[in-house]
Design a protein around this ligand. Structure first.
Ligand code: HEM
Length: 379
């Protein structure tokens, strides 16, 4: 196994993801992926310890540090910005979004044709929800929204049935559209997050660079992650019908069920760090300067941490999963994602309790667990 080559760009790898993770955890817990020139850590304790150890496992300078982002900052620069921004992502602020989220979800489900035989739940509902909610929350100008959405999709990965490469300028195009949104807000502020950022800039709390950095982070982080939670949870409810029925019979378990969805099909499967020092782990020396991928998705299936980790159990209590990361960089959008998920799954089970998945395809993504296709039907 230590010598084996894991090809994370193969369809087979993604179709058998958890078997591959189990093999890595058991036989090569510190595995070097030659193709991507990165170490891969897959055991829960190792991934969590690395997330904690921000002195040696740095967020800056990784292969995903293609654009200045909050999650790619270290030290006081990161703490200073995060300390300010986090107040705008509190649980209370997310709760305040809840009635609006419920209205959008109702509209999306009611717009589906009741006599359908097939629903493209991915395009017709799932993509729409985070887009509407987060665009409004951020105050992303209407005329720029579609461009933003179109750029986000190919960043997640490749559909193996439709393997066109994303354009070389994709990241720059994304930066441009977010920067345009910020520039617009500097002239025409409202009551939204981008306007709040701009106001903090005017008050000299943030620099112009800080504002663009936070806005770009959201441009990259806020949509597809939630889309993947909704799609992955839908597929899980189809794959485990007894658990779905248990949830329908016990709707109070929904919050628990969402945590279990996050654990078992973590939308963000891995993120990288760069080593500041040599690190020895399980007898392997990783050198200063090396990149290390922390596989949240594999850690969340570690049998040393979770009993029967591949079972979807909506009553599972041990919920310190790593789907939102851990420590200094833990996701600040987690409450918003949970509010969207709660509303979406309530409506899905209300309107289509017996849905079946008729077609389902994983994307080939180095970092996400994402659907390229998800079609539903009634029995
Ligand atoms: C199910 C949905 C989501 C998942 C699974 C997710 C996952 C993550 C993870 C794993 C990190 C940690 C990054 C690291 O350690 O390097 C993170 C950070 C972050 N997320 Fe999320 N995220 C989700 C939704 C959102 C939403 C809805 C927003 C904003 C509206 C958001 C904004 C952010 C930001 C700004 C950071 C950077 C925090 C920092 O570096 O201090 N995320 N997210």
């Amino acid at each position: 196994m230590n010598k084996a080559i894991i090809d994370i760009y193969s369809t087979d790898y993604h179709n058998n993801l958890y078997e591959n993770y189990a093999a890595l955890r058991t036989h090569a817990p510190v595995y070097f992926d030659q193709r991507r020139n990165t170490w891969m850590l897959t055991r829960y304790d190792d991934v969590r310890a690395a997330l904690r150890d921000t002195k040696r496992f740095k967020s800056t300078g990784t292969s995903q540090d293609f654009v200045p982002q909050l999650q790619a900052l270290d030290g006081i620069q990161h703490t200073r910005i995060r300390k300010e921004v986090i107040s705008e992502f509190s649980q209370q602020i997310a709760m305040n979004l809840s009635p609006r989220v419920d209205r959008v979800v109702e509209t999306l489900f009611k717009t589906l044709n009741p006599s359908f035989t097939t629903i493209n739940i991915l395009t017709d509902v799932i993509h729409q929800l985070p887009r509407r909610i987060v665009s409004e929350f951020m105050g992303f100008p209407n005329h720029l929204r579609q461009r933003w959405y179109d750029l986000g999709e190919p960043m997640v990965g490749l559909d193996p049935n439709n393997p066109q490469q994303p354009s070389a300028t994709l990241f720059q195009d994304m930066i441009d559209v977010v920067d345009e949104a910020v520039a617009y807000k500097r002239k025409d502020a409202g009551h939204d997050l981008l306007s709040w950022l701009v106001a903090r800039e005017k008050a000299n709390v943030f620099t112009a660079d800080d504002v663009e950095l936070v806005a770009r982070t959201l441009g990259f982080a806020a949509l597809d992650t939630t889309i993947n939670l909704l799609a992955n949870g839908t597929a899980l409810l189809a794959k485990f019908p007894l658990q779905r029925q248990h949830l329908i019979d016990n709707p109070a378990l929904l919050d628990n069920a969402i945590e279990e969805m996050l654990r078992i099909e973590s939308p963000t499967q891995s993120l990288p760090r760069r080593l500041a020092n040599d690190v020895e782990l399980h007898g392997v020396i990783m050198k200063a300067g090396d990149e290390v991928s922390l596989l949240f998705g594999a850690a969340n299936h570690d049998p040393e941490k979770y009993n029967q980790p591949d079972d979807f159990d909506i009553e599972r209590k041990n919920f310190d999963h790593l789907a939102f990361g851990f420590g200094l960089h833990k996701c600040i959008g987690q409450h918003i994602a949970r509010i969207e998920a709660r509303s979406y799954f309530s409506a899905l089970l209300k309107y289509h309790p017996n849905f079946l998945v008729t077609s389902h395809r994983w994307m080939i993504s180095p970092w996400a667990r994402a659907h390229a296709e998800l079609l539903l039907s009634h029995p």
